[in-house]
Design a protein around this ligand. Sequence first.
Ligand code: FMN
Length: 146
Amino acid sequence: MTKIAILVGTTLGGSEYIADEMMSQLEVLGHEVSLYLAPKLSELDTQHLWIIVCSTHGAGDLPDNIQPLCTEIMLKNPDLSHVQFGLCAIGDSSYDTFCQGPEKLIHAIESCGGKAIVDKIQIDVQQDPVPEDPALAWLTQWQDII
Ligand SMILES: Cc1cc2nc3c(=O)[nH]c(=O)nc-3n(C[C@H](O)[C@H](O)[C@H](O)COP(=O)(O)O)c2cc1C
């Protein structure tokens, strides 16, 4: 059993729905999963696996609900050397800044020592109108290693 924190970045709610589906899949496997819709450093355990499910808004920006976490990490420079994470990014390829929002958060986490446990997935809602399907398939590919 692994303790997992799913960090959600969303404006319109789509990423939250994907995160809920991932949570169900992981709980069936016996993992203990918590969902964070307004994640703060003080609430997050660096020993847990972080799965970041995050869209992009504005012009390559993080959604407002998760931007404060990114700012907090950049300002406080916490020790995240125990953090292992996976990124499921959701975006729209009609924007030049396709899936760029969460890159800022990942950069901040990696700058503080965090490491990706799996290659990220970037889901294009132009190609995948049901983004939870590729998201759950991505999770299925690597869930055996956790
Ligand atoms: C105002 C607006 C700006 C957006 N900007 C971007 C962008 O810069 N890059 C990108 O990949 N997608 C962009 N998108 C697309 C969203 O990321 C996409 O619709 C996503 O599915 C929304 O997920 P959410 O429901 O979790 O917020 C934008 C969407 C809106 C409405």
